[in-house]
Design a protein around this ligand. Structure first.
Ligand code: CP
Ligand code: NVA
Length: 310
């Protein structure tokens, strides 16, 4: 039976039930089909999505803006210097005012707490388009892409190699909710947050799957169905890039490392990729790579999210 998600925020995959996650995937599949066949699907006719960006974006901005348009609504982009929010107006007042004009808000910013506060005080649904802590829309899209390619989720092995960052955290939330075995290999000092790992371990236990946090990338990749990586220095960490490169070099996804994965493994990356750092051309351009399918699916999955919550 359909779960009513109207008015719900999408801040973390951990806030979603398994039924809600699969409902998002079912609607994503239907909307993708309608988009490809040219069938009208104006589920959000006349509605407006505010899109607040305090960090750069290609995929998130374009897929949300095109997505709301294809659903019959309109997106309004607000860049880092456009709003009073967080500068000359506090989050409470901004949330109340924005709620009087808009039907939904998508925000990409640094502080996760700011998104929680915005959602708490808004009377409209708030969608997290990436914070320093989480990137839920990306990982929901990645799981949807895995279903398209592998037909199942439960029981697969997902190896994430690299920084214990926002991607690693949402991967821990997402994989543990749906019963994917997840192995995260990061250098010491760059591991994911302990509370998120512990929470994922509890979810995984309930689903009969495993969570492993290790240092050895070869062990993590062994027999993996999915090999995932992300940049070594995220947005906001640019000044640390050369120091981080020293710690992460042995975490590069290259042909030698992926020999340990299953033959039909999927190479995944949220993009943007720093070719030559976390991944080399021979892997990202190989037949195993599904990075552009992931990018396309952001559109379909976020349309489903908007149609369900707005
Ligand atoms: N993957 C992702 O969120 O890309 P952008 O930073 O380009 O939005
Ligand atoms: N970890 C990266 C993800 C970009 C989509 C960042 O936060 O910059």
């Amino acid at each position: 039976m359909a779960v009513n998600m109207k008015g719900k925020d999408l801040i973390s995959i951990n806030d979603l039930t398994v039924e809600e996650i699969y409902q998002i995937f079912d609607l994503s599949r239907a909307l993708k089909e309608k988009q490809l066949t040219g069938e009208s699907h104006h589920y959000l006719s006349g509605k407006t999505l505010g899109m607040i960006f305090h960090k750069r974006s290609t995929r998130t901005r374009i897929s949300f803006e095109v997505g709301i348009y294809q659903l019959g609504g309109i997106g309004m982009y607000f860049g880092p210097d456009d709003l009073q929010l967080g500068k000359s107006e506090n989050i409470y007042d901004s949330a109340k005012v924005l709620s009087r004009y808009l039907d939904g808000l998508m925000i990409r910013t640094f502080s996760h707490q700011d998104v929680l506060d915005l959602a708490k005080h808004s009377d409209i649904p708030v969608i997290n388009g990436l914070t320093d802590l989480l990137h839920p829309c990306q990982v929901l899209t990645d799981l949807f892409t895995i279903i398209e390619k592998k037909r199942i989720l439960k029981g697969l092995k997902f190896a994430y190699i690299g920084d214990g960052n926002n991607m690693a955290h949402s991967i821990l939330h997402g994989c543990s909710k749906v019963g994917i075995n997840v192995a995260i290999a990061s250098p010491s000092g760059y591991t994911p947050q302990k509370e998120i790992v512990e929470n994922a371990a509890r979810n995984a236990k309930y689903m009969g799957s495993k969570v492993e946090i290790i240092e050895d990338p070869i062990y993590a990749v062994r027999d993996a169905d999915i090999v995932y990586t992300d940049v070594w220095a995220s947005m906001g960490q640019e000044s640390e890039a050369s120091e981080r490169r020293k710690h992460f070099m042995k975490y590069q996804i290259n042909p030698e490392l992926v020999k340990n994965a299953k033959d039909d493994y999927l190479f995944m990356h949220c993009l943007p990729a720093h070719r030559g750092d976390e991944v080399v051309d021979e892997v990202i351009d190989s037949v195993n790579s599904v990075v552009f399918d992931e990018a396309e699916n952001r559109l379909h999955v976020q349309k489903a999210i908007m149609a369900l919550v707005m």
